[in-house]
Design a protein around this ligand. Structure first.
Ligand code: MEV
Length: 312
């Protein structure tokens, strides 16, 4: 038996960080970048091979649920979930999602590993159960994750998300084009989430006010997306970026790329994900995508990707 499984990367459109504190946020899957797994039944104990991820293969036995290694933790908790040990077979994982750029690489790899283990065991894994398993592993990447990354990656649809309370699929009124630009700087979400938590304790009122303003923006952005008001959405994006600056999760490179996108005619731009590195997103219309991509490269972006949502 050979079985192919995949999961997309993701982009946070609005509300990162504030979402950890119960404010709404919006995220969408990035189907061009993906993690994939191939599964092969063998009669040997499970081996998990990783091609583009710099790490040694994982071999059963030895998977511990409290491991700090995300693949090992997923293997162990999935084996507990299915009451199956040892698992036999081979899983080969590949991913072209850049690592530590806020693009959901960790969640996508965990999602394909969970589904690959289910396939090896010939068991069903519902999206809700896959989401719960991936969330457990996200705790390693994020410390106190809101759950938005695993949710958007597992359900593979744009979502409006409020931690522990709400997850709605968003209908995008008409095609929405984005340019993503990578600073080339790796940043660990766990560290930026911890830095925001420190600020939250040290400057409570100011941080709460920023979270409230970000939450109000995400709410308005949800309505703009549903009616296709891209001019309004762009303004909300740029306002969201300023509030992320106030939370000290931007960086000179991110600010430079946001300014370059706006100068080149983007409707709005902001950092996306944990910040202090990773990517910015810029909302563009058909005519501005190319100039914005050129402007971003000229301003030092290491890579640009054009993507669109709501095409079906
Ligand atoms: C990371 O993609 C988004 C953050 O809000 C963290 C989280 O929600 O867990 C920074």
């Amino acid at each position: 038996m050979k079985h192919s499984i995949s999961a997309p990367g993701k982009v946070i459109l609005f509300g990162e960080h504030a979402v950890v504190y119960g404010r709404p946020a919006i995220a969408a899957p990035l189907s061009q970048i993906r993690a994939c797994a191939e599964v092969r039944l063998t009669d040997r104990p499970l081996t998990v091979l990783t091609e583009d991820i710099d790490r040694p293969p994982l071999r059963w036995p030895g998977a511990r649920p409290d491991s700090n290694d995300p693949l090992e933790r997923m293997t162990a908790i999935a084996s507990q979930f299915f009451c199956a040990a040892p698992i036999k077979g081979e899983i080969a994982i590949r991913s072209n999602i850049p690592i530590a750029r806020g693009l959901g690489s960790g969640a996508a790899v965990s999602a394909v590993l969970a589904r690959a283990i289910a396939a090896l065991l010939a068991r069903e894994l519902s999206p809700d159960d896959a989401n719960a398993l991936v969330y457990e592993v996200e705790k390693l990447h994020h410390g106190t994750p809101s759950g938005i990354d695993n949710t958007v990656v597992v359900y593979n649809k744009p979502i409006y998300f409020v931690k522990d309370r709400r997850m709605d699929f968003i209908r995008i009124a008409r095609p929405m084009s984005l340019v993503l630009a990578d600073t080339g700087v790796s940043a660990l979400t766990r560290e930026t989430v911890a830095a925001v938590r420190k600020l939250y304790h040290e400057q409570h009122a100011r941080t709460q006010a920023a979270f409230d303003a970000i939450g109000a923006i995400a709410e308005r952005a949800g309505r703009s997306i549903e009616i296709g008001d891209w001019a309004g959405l762009g303004e909300l994006m740029t306002e969201n970026h300023k509030l992320l600056q106030a939370l000290a999760v931007s960086s000179p490179q991110l600010d430079r790329l946001v300014a370059a996108a706006l100068d080149a005619g983007a409707l709005g731009a902001k950092l996306s994900g944990g910040g202090r590195g990773g990517v910015i997103i810029a909302l563009v219309d058909g005519d501005t995508s190319q100039p914005v991509q050129r402007g971003l490269l000229a301003a030092g972006a290491k890579n640009v990707y054009a993507t669109a949502f709501g095409l079906t």
